[in-house]
Design a protein around this ligand. Structure first.
Ligand SMILES: Cc1cc2nc3c(=O)[nH]c(=O)nc-3n(C[C@H](O)[C@H](O)[C@H](O)COP(=O)(O)O)c2cc1C
Length: 343
């Protein structure tokens, strides 16, 4: 199976949700499709992710002794093959076209990522009742997958209930996408999502032994609040441009956030990551690890676990080449001198 074959099959599986465009830049027929695969409004936040990442360049460095770089990292005590993990993505029916069952999707994402030596992800979709989330975790447990879990900013008690279930499923870390707070109209009847106060963030950090990362952080002041609340980390993310329309791109806001955090918590980032060079850019801007969303979802639809592993290995190999050509022996060696940040 080639990557092109995976993409062609994904096109058959996903149209009209996703058209598998030559470049996934928020400018395809998916514009404005949320639910679906697009971004909010005119998809400008989605486009800003792509454009801000494209505007960052890499400094080529070829006078050094790096031959075989090490792309692996330590992710909260688990060694993973590269600083790329599947982003939590929910809604196989309303977002992806419904051609894969929940179990097939979890098997594809988590099985494929684990095959490639990295972590999968399980979501807590905003419209999903508790039993759908439980079934996803059950699939994780049955296969012993290594994964992260993405929770919604539900009521505190509902989050804590889902944290306990995730702990029992042996997951590695939790994210809460705080930026889903404005999507209350899409929550299942009787369920709530809400913005969180600083006190509530502290309560959530204390509520679980698992590392907790707040996802959807786009400004240095909120990154500072997450650090002060004791978060294990943050995910710099605008949710793929799917929550608030017209946000800046993640690559544009990341450097100032990284400066403020200054090593006090783990920084992840996402947004249109498609290639190994994209990983190197995000790390050069200050992240320690990345998430990839739509590309993993497409790979799952186009080739199940093998398609996901193919995409993950493609990124890993491209990252290794980029590390040789910028002179980074290990992922920790990637730094801001390796990127050119636009004014
Ligand atoms: C179809 C779809 C469903 C998503 N569902 C979730 C979710 O349930 N929880 C979450 O934290 N983020 C969710 N996201 C956001 C992703 O985790 C990620 O932040 C975003 O897609 C940016 O990455 P990308 O540009 O690589 O797709 C979803 C994104 C997509 C496209």
């Amino acid at each position: 199976m080639t990557y092109e074959e995976v993409r062609n099959r994904a096109r058959e599986m996903m149209i009209p949700r996703c058209y598998v465009c030559p470049e996934c830049n928020g400018r395809g027929p998916c514009v404005g499709q949320v639910p679906g695969f697009g971004g909010m409004g005119a998809s400008r936040g989605f486009q800003a992710n792509y454009d801000s990442l494209a505007a960052v360049q890499l400094n080529s460095r070829v006078v050094h002794g790096v031959h075989v770089p090490d792309t692996s990292i330590d992710f909260f005590g688990t060694k993973i093959s590269m600083p790329v993990i599947a982003a939590p993505t929910g809604g196989t029916t309303y977002n992806m076209g419904g051609k894969l069952t929940e179990a097939e999707f979890v098997n594809a994402i988590c099985g494929g990522c684990n095959q490639a030596g990295t972590l999968g992800a399980v979501a807590d979709g905003i419209g999903d009742p508790l039993d759908v989330y439980e079934k996803r975790l059950q699939t994780l447990k049955e296969h012993g997958y290594k994964a992260i879990v993405g929770l919604k900013p539900r009521l505190q008690k509902d989050i804590i209930e889902r944290m306990r279930l995730a702990e029992q499923a042996g997951i590695i870390a939790l994210t809460i996408d705080l930026d889903s707070a404005g999507r209350a109209s899409r929550a299942t009847k009787g369920q709530t999502v809400e913005p969180k106060t600083f006190e509530q963030l502290k309560e959530l950090v204390k509520a679980s032994k698992l590392p907790l990362l707040f996802k959807g952080i786009m400004t240095p002041d909120e990154a500072e609040l997450c650090v002060k609340a004791g978060a294990a980390g943050i995910v710099v993310s605008n949710h793929g441009g799917r929550t608030l329309a017209d946000t800046p791109g993640t690559a544009a806001v990341l450097p100032k956030i990284a400066d403020v955090v200054n090593g006090r918590c783990f920084i992840m980032v996402d947004g249109t990551l498609a290639r190994g060079t994209d990983v190197e850019k995000y790390l050069g801007l200050g992240a320690q690890c990345t998430l990839a969303g739509r590309h993993f979802v497409r790979a799952a639809h186009g080739g199940l676990a093998d398609g996901v592993a193919l995409f993950a290995n493609k990124i890993k190999n491209e990252l290794a080449v980029a590390m040789v050509l910028t002179g980074a022996q290990t992922v920790k060696d990637i730094n801001r001198n390796m990127v050119v940040i636009p004014d």
